[in-house]
Design a protein around this ligand. Structure first.
Ligand SMILES: C[S@@+](CC[C@H](N)C(=O)[O-])C[C@H]1O[C@@H](n2cnc3c(N)ncnc32)[C@H](O)[C@@H]1O
Length: 200
């Protein structure tokens, strides 16, 4: 996996490749290009909007997204099949009154995978997502054969404890994924990838 960042520094354009994760550098870049498994994904960012109410923490990429990419992209990860095709994007804001209706509208067949990166945290300047709402959404999305991969940055013991308690109560088995070489090279030991599967 390769992470390339682009932007402006002291009035000059820059483009460089990151050897290890560097949140400050990523959050000061206008574009991030991630190359993994023969695929290149280019993402435009708005660092200036990080502190704004509307985009908030969603304005830029966070470390857990790279760790999850490194996990899913590993050739040894047999559960993942790369498929070419098109995607349909649907907005889902868990905890909103219509969130379960949105999930119901997606249901034909349960998905093979549900993936989430850095969706639980404490946002002192903005809005803090509720662990219950997030896990309820995962529980509604997942069927008995769905593998749900959640990458979490371990910032808060109370958030982690609430997550483990809520997932257990929601009937999930939670397994911590072992870091592969690609993940280790990112030097992100503070980020865990957990696999949630329904126990019933
Ligand atoms: C720290 S950012 C992570 C963004 C991206 N997944 C990544 O790893 O780079 C947290 C994301 O969770 C989203 N989020 C927070 N609460 C949410 C909710 N109730 N429903 C949907 N998304 C939510 C935020 O909008 C933001 O995009």
């Amino acid at each position: 996996m390769q992470i390339q960042i682009e932007g402006w520094e002291d009035g000059h354009p820059f483009k460089r490749t990151l050897d290890v994760l560097d949140r400050w550098a990523v959050h000061n870049s206008l574009r991030v290009v991630v190359k993994a498994c023969g695929t290149e994904v280019s993402i435009k960012q708005s660092p200036g909007a990080l502190s704004e109410q509307r985009a908030g923490v969603g304005a830029c990429l966070w470390d857990a997204s790279f760790v999850l990419t490194a996990f899913l992209g590993a050739p040894s990860h047999s559960a993942w099949h790369w498929v070419k095709g098109s995607v349909e994007v649907v907005e889902l804001e868990w905890g909103q009154p219509n969130s379960m209706q949105v999930i119901d509208s997606l249901r034909g067949q349960s998905p093979d995978f549900v993936i989430a990166a850095d969706c639980l945290y404490i946002d002192e300047g903005g809005s803090t997502p509720k662990v219950d709402h997030f896990v309820d959404a995962c529980a509604a999305l997942c069927g008995s054969f769905t593998q749900c991969f959640v990458a979490l940055e371990q910032r808060s013991t109370s958030v982690m404890q609430a997550f483990f308690m809520k997932t257990r109560n929601a009937g999930f088995h939670v397994e911590r994924m072992r870091a592969n070489a690609e993940m280790m090279s990112l030097q992100a030991e503070h980020i865990v990838v957990l696999k949630l599967t329904k126990t019933d």
